[in-house]
Design a protein around this ligand. Structure first.
Ligand SMILES: Cc1cc2nc3c(=O)[nH]c(=O)nc-3n(C[C@H](O)[C@H](O)[C@H](O)COP(=O)(O)OP(=O)(O)OC[C@H]3O[C@@H](n4cnc5c(N)ncnc54)[C@H](O)[C@@H]3O)c2cc1C
Length: 396
């Protein structure tokens, strides 16, 4: 690799929501940082595009609830760069049969953290949230403080805020070589750019293992292409008549349906978001997508998955059409236990890796950016990170 003329303190490889958040956190600490992505910000090839993501405190693990609290502060702080709030509070609604383990775990964690919630009977829930229907004997856990994070505006705001704090941003630059040595890291891009720095943060989403292969590391990551289906309300929401069933954000909560899901990490609940930009409710089957290669853009989701998603929605959402308004695909990068990887690269203190967000990372991006920045700078983190350590995998 040729020597470079410009040297950075830090490089961030991958400018999806996590990399943009890490670049912002580093720039705020006064680092000369360059954020590099192979595409333009807000591209639709990876994991961070679309109109919204669920923002929730309803996790069984204390660590995620605490991270969500910190992330919420981060999103609120970013409102200025975005020119709009990035989290819209609309409540989270989770359902299952009465006494179902998942709901009990969520309830216990909320209670332990003094977070308000309500456990509603089917009758109460169906009356209060007519957009969503559950049978007698089922219950719904409603948590009022959750909502949706506006995905495309959030990624845009992070890039903008990082640049405003002095980060250099490079898009349409694909990194093809990583060299570690001499107290630092050097990167080469396909177009011939050369960059060097003392530190590197790798946030390459579903391309993580192809990049780590350049430095002889492989993490136990599985990439899946997931599908979401947008279903229009039978009556478009206008907000006027009192009797109207309003499916818009602000009027309808996000939803996760645990009916029929055995406990454990490999769960496939139906989840969804109210209408945001697209005039339709978004529904997906968590972790039901097909396995694909790193960053694979060629595969298309099966029709069977689309049909299964519509069928699950039909049971839960009685007032939406059955013919999809549109569909969207997006990549999950899954770890075996569905917990993230937030750690230094083994044997390399100057490199941190944020990967394996397993389909639930977006909401946490501001705090994950701070964690990755602290790790690469060798600073202590406010959070215990054992759950996210690379050495939990015997194979690495
Ligand atoms: C359908 C779907 C629904 C989801 N729902 C939720 C939800 O409700 N709530 C929630 O919190 N999370 C949700 N998630 C998960 C969340 O969106 C992801 O965890 C998050 O977007 C991951 O971001 P990332 O930055 O790690 O990856 P990405 O956004 O994929 O970013 C990685 C970046 O690295 C770049 N890159 C890769 N290789 C190179 C290279 N060689 N050179 C330069 N750049 C490179 C890519 O171009 C890309 O921009 C969902 C995900 C999907 C797909």
């Amino acid at each position: 690799m040729k020597p470079t003329t410009e040297r950075n303190d830090s490089l961030v490889l991958g400018g999806g929501v996590m990399g943009a958040a890490a670049a912002l956190a580093l720039a705020k600490k006064g680092e000369r940082v360059t954020l590099i992505d192979r595409y333009q910000p807000n591209h639709a090839h990876g994991s961070s595009h679309g109109d919204g993501r669920i923002f929730r405190f309803t996790y069984p693990e204390a660590v995620y609830l605490e991270l969500a609290r910190q992330a919420r502060l981060g999103w609120d702080e970013l409102t200025e760069s975005a020119g709009q709030p990035l989290v819209v509070t609309t409540g989270n609604w989770d359902t299952g049969v009465a006494g179902q383990v998942q709901l009990q775990e969520l309830e216990a964690n909320l209670r332990q953290h003094d977070m308000p919630y309500e456990m509603l009977s089917a009758e109460e829930s169906n009356r209060r949230f007519p957009q969503l229907s559950i049978p007698r004997g089922s219950v719904a856990l409603y948590q009022k403080d959750g909502g949706v994070v506006l995905a495309d505006p959030a990624v845009r705001a992070l890039w903008k805020a990082a640049a405003a704090h002095g980060a250099r941003t490079l898009s349409d630059e694909r990194v093809i070589a990583i060299e570690i040595g001499d107290g630092g890291v050097r990167l080469a891009t396909e177009s011939g750019q050369r960059l060097s720095a003392r530190r590197l943060v790798i946030t390459a989403g579903s391309w993580t293992n192809s990049l780590l292969a350049l430095v002889d590391l492989e993490l136990p990551l599985e990439v899946t292409r997931e599908l979401v289906v947008y279903l229009s309300p039978r009556q478009p929401s206008t907000g006027s008549p009192e009797t109207e069933i309003d499916h818009r954000v602000g009027a309808m909560p996000t939803f996760i349906d645990y009916h029929g899901c055995p406990p454990g990490p490999r769960q496939h609940p139906t989840y969804g978001l109210p209408q945001i930009e697209v005039p339709a409710v978004k529904v997906g089957l968590h972790h039901r997508g097909q396995k694909v290669g790193d960053g694979d853009e060629s595969s298309t989701p099966s029709e069977a998955l689309e049909q299964a998603t519509v069928e699950a929605a039909r049971r839960l959402l009685p007032h939406v059409r059955r013919e999809p308004h549109s569909t969207l695909t997006c990549l999950y990068t899954n770890t075996p236990d569905y917990h993230f990887i937030l750690d230094r690269m083994p044997g390399e203190n100057g490199i941190s890796i944020g990967a394996g967000f397993s389909g639930h990372g977006f909401k946490f991006a501001p705090v994950i950016g701070e964690i990755l920045a602290a790790l690469v700078l060798g600073e202590p983190t406010a959070q215990g990170l054992d759950l996210f350590a690379i050495d939990r995998f015997a194979s690495v």
